[in-house]
Design a protein around this ligand. Structure first.
Ligand SMILES: NC(=O)c1ccc[n+]([C@@H]2O[C@H](COP(=O)([O-])OP(=O)(O)OC[C@H]3O[C@@H](n4cnc5c(N)ncnc54)[C@H](OP(=O)(O)O)[C@@H]3O)[C@@H](O)[C@H]2O)c1
Length: 257
């Protein structure tokens, strides 16, 4: 039997990047996928719709729903659609993220609002809407974090929101213990996604890092899948670091005094 057979799974921000790979992985494990993208009419929608079509053609139910998670009403509408279509949700992967690459001191008010509204409030809105649909059965929530939650990465204020969310993961894990809903996080290392193209402008030399500094998207997705299975039911409120060992070796290149 597939590990997620017949389970309904929403992956936020799954039009591209890591979310797309996680969605495919859950689908291969038998889940019915709800893909989510931010904007109507652009590349993101086309990519999400193409993935939904591909999964359906392979025999796995899937649907793509537009919703900007920073908008409370849009999130409510997305979950209403999930409720109407499936009547429940078993797996929620909080993957969507969007933030400026800037020094903290240079953040404008609009940057701060984007940071908080998408990467903190957006995830909280999703969680609040998901819980009624997860009522009465085992469920799994996985938050996608980054090493920026624990290290001051250059021009990466998103790390502060990741740290705040990692804290919420622990709170939710405790609050939902009696409801058989596990809440955990996966802290990913450097990934080769579209955001690396942008990151190059703000982190000179990032593209010259050795291949071993990066982690495969598939490897992160495999850990997310594991956390969404019954085998992981006793893991609660934890962050699992999947970074190919990068954070463990950070000081090796520091010059000895
Ligand atoms: N890239 C890395 O090196 C790295 C490292 C560690 C952790 N992570 C984390 O991994 C996750 C995925 O990163 P990624 O590199 O794959 O990102 P990405 O390539 O930039 O893709 C982000 C996805 O999130 C969606 N999204 C952004 N804002 C949204 C919103 N308000 N509502 C709904 N969807 C929204 C995007 O949709 P659109 O296409 O519509 O914009 C896109 O599908 C993020 O949580 C990120 O922080 C990334």
């Amino acid at each position: 039997m597939e590990a997620c057979h017949g389970r309904v799974a929403l992956v936020t921000g799954s039009s591209r990047g890591l979310g797309r790979v996680i969605a495919r992985k859950l689908s291969e494990a038998g889940a019915h996928l709800v893909l989510n993208y931010r904007k109507t009419g652009g590349r993101s929608e086309a990519q999400a719709q193409a993935l939904a079509k591909e999964l359906v053609e392979r025999g796995s139910p899937a649907v793509a729903i537009q919703a900007d998670i920073s908008q409370k009403d849009a999130v409510a509408a997305m979950f209403q659609e999930i409720g109407a279509r499936y009547g429940r949700l078993d797996i929620l992967v909080l993957n969507a993220a969007r933030a400026p690459f800037k020094r903290v001191g240079e953040l404008l008010k609009r940057d701060l609002l984007e940071l908080v509204e998408t990467n903190f409030l957006g995830n909280v809105y999703c969680m609040q809407q998901a819980l009624p649909l997860m009522q009465g059965r085992p469920g799994h929530v996985v938050f996608i974090s980054s090493l920026g939650s624990r290290f001051a990465l250059p021009n990466y204020p998103l790390g502060s929101m990741k740290a705040a969310m990692e804290s919420l993961v622990k709170h939710w894990a405790v609050e939902l213990k009696d409801r058989q809903i596990t809440v955990n996080g996966v802290t990913a290392g450097l990934l080769k996604t579209d955001s690396l193209i942008v990151l190059r402008q703000y982190w000179p030399g990032v593209e010259r890092l050795p291949a071993s500094a990066f982690v495969e998207l598939e490897d992160v997705a495999s850990v997310v899948l594991f956390l969404c299975t019954d085998a992981a039911r006793s893991i609660r409120g934890q962050q699992i670091v999947v970074d190919n060992g990068l954070s463990n070796e950070l000081l090796r290149s520091a010059p000895a005094s």
